[in-house]
Design a protein around this ligand. Sequence first.
Ligand SMILES: NC(=O)c1ccc[n+]([C@@H]2O[C@H](COP(=O)([O-])OP(=O)(O)OC[C@H]3O[C@@H](n4cnc5c(N)ncnc54)[C@H](OP(=O)(O)O)[C@@H]3O)[C@@H](O)[C@H]2O)c1
Length: 254
Amino acid sequence: MKEIKVSPRGRVVFISGANRGIGRAITIELLEKGAKKVYAGVRDLKSMDDLKPEYGNRLVPVFLDLRDDKSIIKTTRLTKDVEILINNAGVYEAGGFCSDETLDSMAVNFEVNVWGLVKLTVSLIDRLKQRECAAIVNISSVLGLASMPIAGAYSASKAAVHSITQGLRGELLMNNILVMGVYPGPIETEMTKDLDMEKDSPINVAKEIVNGLIEGKEYVFPDVMSKQVGELYLTEPVTVEKQFAHFISEEEKV
Ligand SMILES: NC(=O)c1ccc[n+]([C@@H]2O[C@H](COP(=O)([O-])OP(=O)(O)OC[C@H]3O[C@@H](n4cnc5c(N)ncnc54)[C@H](OP(=O)(O)O)[C@@H]3O)[C@@H](O)[C@H]2O)c1
């Protein structure tokens, strides 16, 4: 199998959800590693103002709301020179499959995490195919590899992201495009503020992703917990499923 290594140095990147959490850390890491330009997809254009003095015109905030088709079309028209697409933006709406909230929770998780990701990717795919070398990075989750009962609907959306990543990789086999799936465990961001467990830092995740691009990795397990899960998943996926099924939230313990 051919290896596609896509160093960000001198390249043009588009990242969704760049204003906070993992997306912000990736944006900074890319700029530090010499990216020529980073289009930062955000819903508040001012949210990147504090980084402008440091990175100047290499950082280009663009308005992107993944729930709004017009915004996706408008934004992708402005980013014709993109070489690396990072699908990072996501939401976490708690809930499983046995409650009154199931359908709402499924709809919210899928609208952004799945449909938003697909629409953005479809809008940019022809540009990426035209490049000598390109990359698509999809942020899934360890919960995309096995479902957790407290987060069934979110897990399903991230499993869809995993499958879409595999599908794209197969379809793009003849193109020089690295398709990377990223499977983080718990990371210290706004998304996990109510989760009482050990978490890794967004900076570590960002470094692992950028190194993954440089090394041409298709699977990235970017933190302590996901490295353990990843190793087990590759040989014993059912054991991971059983372990996750027994995870219960702190509220349920009391
Ligand atoms: N944190 C974790 O433990 C963890 C673990 C595994 C996977 N992940 C995944 O990692 C990615 C980043 O998560 P995070 O932890 O950094 O979460 P976060 O701090 O909550 O950030 C989420 C980002 O997504 C953006 N976003 C949400 N809805 C959007 C929409 N409709 N259109 C455009 N952007 C939207 C947010 O923008 P606004 O500020 O405008 O809302 C924000 O920039 C997500 O895909 C998440 O599922 C996270």
